[in-house]
Design a protein around this ligand. Structure first.
Ligand code: HEM
Length: 403
């Protein structure tokens, strides 16, 4: 056991009097017990002790209850040597297990004249529900001459109406999504992974993001103040249909689309409440479909008012998406990155998971120029990645691709 966990144990004893049962429960590794523990923790206090399992059928960070923080990184390969990259994923597997367990990547050595094995900024912190999700892009496969392994649906996203994607915020070969209840834990994890692979990859772009909610079951609100993620409940009624790839080298994985979307908050803040509700086809306060009261009441895209107009509107964001008949799992985070031209540089690090990239493309195309929300948003970053299936004990990340 390394210093980080020893500290954790002490911290639990010192500061969590009365919560000892909680800390004990989250230490369990069995999935079922873990689920119950997660629930307790998210509704309670022991966020520091919250741990998710690395091994499993699917990677963590996809259907895991959304955490409060993300650090998302896109990197380019600068080695074309498959053996080196395979070894990198083996090392990342080993490191991920430790990091998600709240441990340092290696124990500290005794020689003070060497750089410490771990960068150390989480030495006093617990696991904080860290999840790590890895994906690779079509260019990754091309660089390693593995294109023949790509499923037919796995090609670059098309350009969409109104896109203003910047080169420096698009493309890339590998993505790492680190989510945690603590921002420093998420950053630390990515920093260790990159540090280990410095000779093989170059960082291209990254974005930190946040979500806020009082308990694990609340849908977080985005910076337009709307509950964002309500329809995920419907997607999760049939994850095999909408989420998981069911054959090939990415079996049990999922396609991740990331979009960096600026939200023009100053313009939004000058919009009336009715105008805001109409933009989404939902009520801002409750998250319910217009005309309904509960957030999870079905979005009725056919309902008309007494003048014959569609209640959720012809061009509301949720209405347009819903009319495609397609679903996806959205796991987005807000970001705020300073000021540009006297305005907030803020928005949404949109992240969606789907069985087929077509789900994203069809919905984004349906928004086109019609979506009322496009008046207030600009897409500036983009990426499509295939996330590997989960890893079982004794295997490594991406094994089916490399063997
Ligand atoms: C800044 C950008 C965006 C914001 C602020 C935003 C916000 C929202 C909100 C508030 C809802 C309604 C509640 C919910 O179900 O979560 C919603 C629904 C949805 N959004 Fe977005 N969204 C954004 C971008 C996108 C993009 C880029 C896509 C995919 C191309 C997308 C796909 C969807 C889908 C599929 C739904 C559910 C529709 C249904 O009820 O069936 N959104 N979004």
């Amino acid at each position: 056991m390394n210093g980080r966990r020893n500290f954790l144990k002490t911290a639990s004893l010192l500061t969590m009097t009365g919560l000892a049962g909680c800390a004990k429960n989250v230490g369990q590794n069995q999935a079922k017990k873990h689920e119950n523990a997660t629930e307790k923790v998210l509704n309670g206090h022991c966020l520091a002790d919250l741990r998710y399992e690395f091994f499993g059928k699917h990677q963590s960070g996809i259907t895991t209850p959304v955490q409060r923080h993300v650090y998302f990184l896109v990197a380019d390969l600068h080695s074309k040597n498959v053996d080196e990259i395979r070894q990198m994923f083996k090392d990342w597997t080993d490191y991920s297990v430790k990091l998600m367990n709240g441990e340092n990547i290696k124990p500290y050595g005794n020689n003070p004249h060497l750089p410490p094995a771990d960068t150390g900024e989480t030495d006093s912190l617990g696991a904080y529900g860290l999840t790590l999700t890895f994906g690779i892009s079509p260019t990754f496969l091309k660089k390693l001459n593995l294109e023949h392994k790509a499923p037919p649906e796995f090609s670059e996203l098309p350009k969409f109406p109104r896109d203003q994607i910047k080169d420096e915020l698009s493309g890339g070969d590998i993505c790492i999504q680190a989510c945690s209840e603590d921002p420093q834990v998420a950053f630390h994890a990515v920093r260790q992974l990159v540090r280990q692979a410095r000779s093989l990859i170059t960082m291209k772009w990254s974005q930190a993001g946040f979500n806020s909610f009082d308990s694990g079951h609340q849908t977080p609100r985005n910076l337009f103040a709307f509950k964002d993620g309500t329809a995920n409940k419907t997607t999760m009624q049939n994850p095999d249909k909408w989420l998981w790839i069911d054959n090939g080298v990415f079996q049990n994985g999922s396609y991740l689309v990331v979009r960096l979307i600026q939200m023009h908050l100053e313009t939004w803040d000058r919009t009336s409440l009715v105008g805001q509700d109409d933009t989404f086809g939902r009520h801002r306060a409750s998250g319910a479909s217009i005309g309904k009261t509960d957030e999870f009441d079905a979005l009725d895209i056919h309902a008309k008012d007494d003048k014959g107009n569609l209640i959720v509107g012809e061009v509301s964001h949720a209405g347009l998406a819903n009319r495609t008949g397609l679903q996806m799992l959205r796991r987005s985070y807000s970001y705020s990155s300073g000021i540009v031209h006297g305005q907030f540089d803020a928005g949404l690090l949109f992240i969606s998971f789907q069985k087929n990239p077509m789900q994203f493309s069809a919905i984004q195309s349906a928004f086109g120029n019609k979506d009322k929300m496009t008046e207030y948003t600009t897409h500036i970053g983009s990426g499509l990645f295939a996330c590997f299936g989960g890893v079982t004990q004794g295997e490594y990340l991406g094994q089916s691709l490399f063997e």
